[in-house]
Every structure is written in structure tokens, then in C-alpha cells.
Design a protein around this ligand. Sequence first.
Ligand SMILES: [Zn+2]
Length: 285
Amino acid sequence: HRAFVRLEDISPGSDPTELRTMADYLASQNIPYGINVIPVYTDPRGVYNNGTPQTITLAQAPDVVAALQYMLAHGAVLMNHGYTHQYSNVNNPYTGVTADDFEFFRSHVDAANNVVYDGPPAEDSTAWAQSRVTAALAGFAAAGLPRPALWTTPHYAASAADYRVFGQNYTARLERPLYFAGTLSGAPVNPGRYIGQFFPYAVKDVYGTTVLPEDIGNYEPVPVNNHPARLPADLINSARANLAVRDGVASFFYHPYYPVAPLQQTIDGIRALGYTFVGPMDLAN
Ligand SMILES: [Zn+2]
């Protein structure tokens, strides 16, 4: 059984020291891993910047780029996690800030504090999605980084047209996708009727793309929007349950702004179940 870990929501706003700390721990364990990078950090209304709008590209964050290069030299594989990982200059649903919000889907928080999906943005189209992908790839190139071959949709949500665009620009997607009514029959897709699905192994999906597994979720020490906290023991329990799947993969993600210790506990626990950590490309077959 194979396992995979990726570091999530890295952007030009990340702390390069935290990135290097993660890199050194994972290298010390000889663990290949993914780094999911958002090439532009933006806070269009200055929510975290005293009301002053802030945008930082990778090219404007040389210390972050140097940390990414360090990671790539020590077992990391570059992945692309959206263009800005937020939408316009509005709350979608939280702050309008990179890594907080949806990029390719609208959403809001209801009175019961649940996140509600509202469907694709009005301007959603193949051309709109392609323009964001093109801008994202240009951001990596401008910073002297390699072209990422893998894509993860911000908060996993996009329209059927968007997922097809991602599939045309990357070797594979790694995520839990949405699938829309009408997709199989060839009828016009209903953007308001869909289900989310996740896989314990690689598949070729109805959008024509290889989808790499994400079935274990992530470490989250504090409950958010009626989602309970998920601690290392919870992730390890999910990995244990997935041993029932022949060729099943335990694939999870971790935010590098958390300390190393919970990541270490998770990795140690998953390894103790007999899993071997591999790089993302090794999940494709
Ligand atoms: Zn994200």
C-alpha cells in the first residue's frame, strides 16, 4: 500500500522558514512529497493588512521561491493549486483572500454557519478558466520555477467545463472532484445538480483526466464551519480503514504553517500500518 503527503496552500505569502523546516523533516525521512503552490497571493481589500490591498507574485517573493527550489532539490514535486485561490474582491465565502476562498465556484456561509455552494460564477466558461490557468503558469515561469504537471482545484470545486480545461493543461488532477447531472448522458450539464466524489486509487474520470487519489483529508486542530477537528489519530484511522482496499492509497495533505510534530505523528502512524510513501507521479499507475 502506498501513501502520499502534499503540503497545501503554499503561496508568495508563505513563511519560507516554515517551508524549509518541513523540507528538512521530510528529507530526513526520505519521503517524497507534493508542494501545492498558488502563484499569486492577493488580499484585495486588505483584510489581513489593515485595510490596504496587498498582492504578491512569486517573482516578488524571492525568499519563498528559494525555499521552493530547496524543496524541489530535496524530494518535492511542484503542483499547481489555482491562480489566486480566491474570487474577485468579495467574500467567497470568508475573506476574499488567497487560500481562504473558492476560486472557480461561488459560495456563502449561512445562518447555521454552514458553507453553502452556490454554483459556478456567472462569467464561468472554458475561456475564463483557461485565462486563469495561463496566468498561473506564467507566474511560475516568471519566477524561474518549472512548469507544474499536476493540478489541484482550490477547495476542489469547479464547473465541468473548468475541470476539462485543467485536464487539458496538466498531466493529472489530484483532488475530490464535483460531477454534474447531464455529464454522462451528453445532455446540457446542469450546474446546479452535482455530487462530490473521492477515490482511494487513481482513476480516469468522465472529464477525460487522470485523477490521483485524496482520501484521507487533512490535519485540522480546530473545528471549522461544523466540520469537526481532525487530529493525527483520525487521519491514521482513515488510513487503517483504507487497508481494506486492494491497491488502496492513503493520500492526505498538511498545511506547512502548523508545527512539524503532528505531521510526524501522522506519518509515523501511517508507516506503522505498512504504507510506503511515494511521489505523486507514482500514484498514477
Ligand atoms: Zn487550498
